[in-house]
Design a binder for this molecule. Structure first.
Ligand code: PMP
Length: 426
């Protein structure tokens, strides 16, 4: 038995499924999840000291690569002055100013501890601001695990076969309208009927929790339009896409701005940080200025803020993104080429430094139905083949992959060589 197997067995006695977040358990792909000991740059090292080229990046935050020395220094230095005060620090304002300067539509921002908290709070605020109960989301999009949002959700909820989780009261789920991603006609129809009852639309501007599905031209614009007409708020959930698709996120990339924006992942560089913010008149409805309640013992934690600040400083450097974009393109084009050479039906999507790949006959994947029609059994075999070659991909087919600044051309070459070998075994 290797070390990961031993650790997994021990974990299962005291942690449900042996993991603290379901997809980590490898239920979808089968086998034993790897337990990791350390990470550096583009690499993860498991408990048996094997090295992997990592395309999961802690599910998105590690855009600078793991254990970046400057981020570590900032965290360690800050930690020496105390881990948490439960009272304000100037660091929070520094990070808030930077976030407001970078993110389109962000007049004010509040920090929380996770993406789930960010979206949950944004939804409450949208309901409080509009005085309406219904919300609109899209099938296959994941916005964290708060009750209103665990309806036809993506990511682990989809992988585990519980997109609409037991435990969510029907009375609450009834207020969540789930529409089809990339189908503007459907959106217009629902708003024509129910627009005056809808508090908000929440959307992943690039869907990254049903694999990687970019918005079709006009889709995000349509959401903006129906919100403007009906008085509903548009919540751009940029927890994954923020600072990932590019420095100004998917909003900057597509030129559509939300009334509220949620952030997570990259903003904390691996520390637990989330944020929600947007229009000043809406954000002023949050306690203590307004009546919509939201709070957090560890929110704005100084060590997490220090990590976030250093992360944003480094990714704001001129030309930070260009090489990452080039490498992402090289990776997905290479994968496509190797699949074709092995005669495997395969296609890819990518936006910025996010990417996805699909075992399908379809030339392009643009919606949830196409994602669900992909060959999962083939994905699983590809997954384990790549793992054996030292390539760590997300252990489920409904997740996006990520490129970091630490990945080199040699890493991409090694990945493509591994893929060429594995494709031929499928
Ligand atoms: N929104 C989106 C778009 C996400 O991708 C995620 C996490 N993958 C969340 C919200 C929830 O974030 P967290 O896991 O930090 O609670």
């Amino acid at each position: 038995m290797n070390r990961s197997e031993t650790l997994f067995q021990q974990a299962q006695h005291v942690i449900p499924g042996g993991v603290n977040s379901p997809v980590r358990a490898f239920r979808a792909v089968g086998g034993t999840p790897l337990f990791f000991e350390r990470a550096e740059g583009a690499y993860l090292f498991d408990a048996d000291q094997r090295r992997y080229i990592d395309y999961v990046q802690s599910w998105g935050p590690m855009i600078l690569g793991h254990a970046h020395p400057e981020v570590l220094d900032a965290v360690i230095e800050r930690a020496r002055s105390g881990l948490s005060f439960g009272a304000p620090t100037g660091l929070e304002t520094d990070l808030a100013e930077r976030v407001c300067a970078l993110v389109p539509g962000m007049d004010m921002v509040r920090f929380v501890n996770s993406g789930t908290e960010a979206t949950m709070s944004a939804i409450r605020l949208a309901r409080g601001f509009t005085g309406r109960d219904k919300i609109v989301k899209f099938e296959g999009c994941y916005h964290g695990h708060s009750d209103s949002l665990l309806v036809k959700a993506g990511s682990g909820a989809l992988t585990m076969g519980v997109p609409s989780s037991p435990g969510v009261p029907a009375a609450l789920a009834d207020h969540t309208l789930t529409l089809t991603y990339n189908d503007p006609d459907n959106v217009r129809k629902v708003f024509a009927e129910l627009g005056d009852q809808i508090a908000c639309i929440i959307v992943e501007p690039v869907a990254g929790n049903m694999n990687c599905v970019p918005p079709l031209p006009g889709f995000l614009q349509c959401l903006r339009e129906v919100c403007d007409q009906s008085g509903a708020l548009l919540i751009m959930d940029e927890v994954m896409t923020g600072f990932r698709v590019g420095l100004t996120g998917a909003q900057g990339h597509y030129g559509v701005t939300g009334d509220l924006i949620t952030l997570g992942k990259v903003i904390g560089g691996g520390m637990p940080v989330g944020a929600f913010g947007g229009r000043r008149d809406v954000m002023e409805k949050i306690a203590p200025l307004g009546p919509v309640y939201q709070a957090g013992t560890l929110s704005g934690n100084p060590v997490a803020m220090a990590a976030g600040l250093k992360n944003l400083e480094l990714i704001s450097k001129p030309d930070f993104y260009a090489p990452l974009l080039a490498r992402t393109t090289r990776l997905v084009e290479g994968l496509q080429r190797e699949a074709k050479a092995a005669n495997i039906a395969f296609t890819t999507n990518h936006v910025g430094t996010m990417f996805g790949f699909f075992f399908t006959e379809a030339e392009q994947v643009t919606n949830f139905g196409q994602v669900m029609a992909c060959d999962n059994e083939r994905f699983n075999r590809f997954y384990h083949g790549m793992l054996a070659e030292g390539i760590y991909l997300a252990p489920a087919s409904y997740e996006a992959g990520f490129m970091s600044a630490a990945h080199t051309d040699a890493d991409i070459d090694a990945t493509l060589q591994a893929a060429a070998k594995v494709f031929r075994t499928l």
